[in-house]
Design a protein around this ligand. Structure first.
Ligand SMILES: [Zn+2]
Length: 145
């Protein structure tokens, strides 16, 4: 909600003389696609390796330790979060079985992030990314990535 109104405000400052209806439409569009934007941003951050997971924060000296808040003895790397953390074990099983249904047997970071056609055939990339997005939503960790 706050995000939506900020966008409208910024546009308002820019001097756009948009009507009431247009404003209302923009607020609605922004809030409806907010999760979508969050997921897209999260995928980009995961691909770049710039997340707020403990291992990266620790590297930047913004976190006391690199450990997963759930496991406590394992570094909270992107790989740990996406593939191994027992906290999300039930969420890991669905993408794994769906990938094998797509004839993709490698369950690793390059595959899940479908960053290039090398690891996932271009025709399968969007399907794979949908699975990863669904996983990210289910974990409820989007705001923390
Ligand atoms: Zn963990």
């Amino acid at each position: 909600m706050t995000h939506g109104s900020q966008v409208v405000k910024r546009r308002g400052i820019g001097g756009l003389s948009a009507g009431q209806d247009e404003h209302r439409y923009k607020i609605q569009t922004v809030s409806q696609s907010r999760e979508g934007t969050q997921v897209t941003a999260a995928i980009a951050r995961l691909r770049l390796g710039h997340t707020t997971l403990s291992a990266h924060l620790h590297l930047l000296h913004w976190s006391r330790d690199p450990f997963c808040p759930w496991c406590r003895i394992t570094s909270e790397t992107i790989e740990h979060f996406l593939l191994h953390c027992p906290r999300f074990h039930t969420h890991h099983t669905a993408p794994r079985s769906r990938l094998s249904a797509l004839a993709i047997t490698t369950f690793n970071l390059p595959t899940l992030l479908a960053a290039s056609g090398i690891h996932v055939h271009p025709s399968r990339q969007s399907a794979v990314l949908r699975l990863t997005c669904a996983f990210l939503r289910k974990t409820g960790q989007l705001p923390h990535l």
